[in-house]
Write a protein that binds this ligand. Structure first.
Ligand SMILES: [Zn+2]
Length: 93
């Protein structure tokens, strides 16, 4: 799905540092309910971008995710995120 418009929003993956279009990265947002995967990229809150689940795990282990979100990230948060992302990925297919 290529979207039109000349404005591009490039973000870096906090796991590997790769730069990519915002739409190609997975946005993780910290909400009052905890960490959530934000497929729309529009949820309010402090967000971080990763390019894959592997990078999400890497970023969380290296504390990069915690720093990006300015919040502690628990194993449970990661499990929930992993499930949400896997579910979203399977819906795209
Ligand atoms: Zn990455």
């Amino acid at each position: 799905m290529g979207s039109g418009g000349s404005h591009t929003h490039v973000r870096s993956c906090i796991g590997c540092g790769k730069k990519a279009q915002k739409s190609e990265l997975l946005r993780i947002v910290r909400t009052e309910q905890g960490m959530v995967y934000d497929p729309t990229g529009r949820k309010p809150g402090r967000g971080a971008y990763v390019c894959s689940m592997a990078c999400l795990e890497k970023a969380s282990q290296g504390k990069k995710l915690e720093r990006a979100l300015k919040s502690g990230v628990s194993q449970k948060d990661l499990e929930i995120l992993g499930r949400e992302i896997a579910q979203a990925a399977s819906m795209v297919e």
